[in-house]
Design a protein around this ligand. Structure first.
Ligand SMILES: [Zn+2]
Length: 95
């Protein structure tokens, strides 16, 4: 089975022209919202010349950012009575 998932090689993202399957380049982009960007693309095949727009959308998180982990942990710690919180912080300090 043909692998249709192109792995992005930093810094160039591999875009394939849907008309001729040649490599295309991103000429500009338009951020619609934090989870969606439209990519304006141009086929590099001189005999094709197709220009088109692709959507680049956020799919799902693989590993949450550190800021989310900190917020979740802090929320959990804040549910403890103050005495237990201080005991916990002291035990962490001593490690
Ligand atoms: Zn093309």
């Amino acid at each position: 089975m043909e692998d249709r998932v192109h792995r992005a090689r930093s810094p160039d993202m591999l875009i394939t022209c849907i008309k001729c399957e040649s490599r295309a380049v991103i000429t500009s982009s338009n951020r619609i919202d934090p989870k969606l960007t439209q990519l304006y693309c141009a086929c590099k095949n001189k005999d094709c010349g197709h220009t088109f727009v692709c959507d680049l959308s956020f799919c799902h998180t693989i590993s949450p950012p550190k800021s989310d982990q900190y917020t979740a942990l802090k929320g959990l710690i804040m549910t403890l009575p103050e005495k237990d919180r201080l005991t916990l912080l002291e035990s962490v300090k001593n490690h």
